[in-house]
Design a protein around this ligand. Sequence first.
Ligand code: CDP
Ligand code: CDP
Length: 217
Amino acid sequence: VKKPIVIAVDGPAASGKGTVSRRIAHFYDLEYLDTGRLYRGVGWLVLARGLDPRNAEEAAKVAEIFTLDLIDGADIRTPEVGRAASHVASVPAVRAALLQFQRDFAFNPPAGRAGTVLDGRDIGTVICPDATVKLFIDASAEERAKRRWKELSLQDPSIVLESVLDDIKRRDRRDASREAAPMKAAQDAHLIDTTDLDIDGAFAAVRRVIDRATGGA
Ligand code: CDP
Ligand code: CDP
């Protein structure tokens, strides 16, 4: 049996890692998992049950019973859920509860697919340290805040750019400084700075890296 291709995509909030990962999955015919959904899902469920996302024990209990169908139809893209996700994501027992699902997904693509793409914060470092290709997508905090603000203001026109920037900076700081699987580029990751790139430009840069690493596969 041939080992599946695994593309690991990490990076900070609103760097464009999800957009790029979906493009990769579509272009190379790979299966895609947005692992942020798992942490946002646990964060959302904690809030929905009236619990405190800063309470490690309660977060761990929720993570243990978590499945994606529990967040069917929930709006997990809000800043509040993003903050809750970042809090629960710093709890080692929460990360442990979500680990096996991510590895099973990574290494067992459905029949007919050569592999998988996963995006998150620790895919190249912890979940799939032997990934075929590792990418770390970045952009300045100001540029990322503008991108996220544009998305959020479609739903809530009163949202202020400054608060989105502040939110992103705090979340990045928390994600990068935690002890359990902190956000960081794996030593063998390819860094792609998309501050001055649009989506097509970012995807072109990513394709060059993947094609070089896989021999054009
Ligand atoms: O889309 P955005 O970058 O805003 O966030 P996300 O990828 O949905 O992740 C939400 C939060 O989940 C992050 O701020 C991290 O705290 C956490 N997360 C994580 O710790 N590890 C992952 N593999 C994915 C997300
Ligand atoms: O997954 P992540 O939070 O890293 O970011 P995303 O959801 O893929 O992208 C956040 C927003 O930035 C989306 O609205 C993208 O269309 C936009 N984007 C962009 O304007 N330029 C890029 N090079 C990448 C993403």
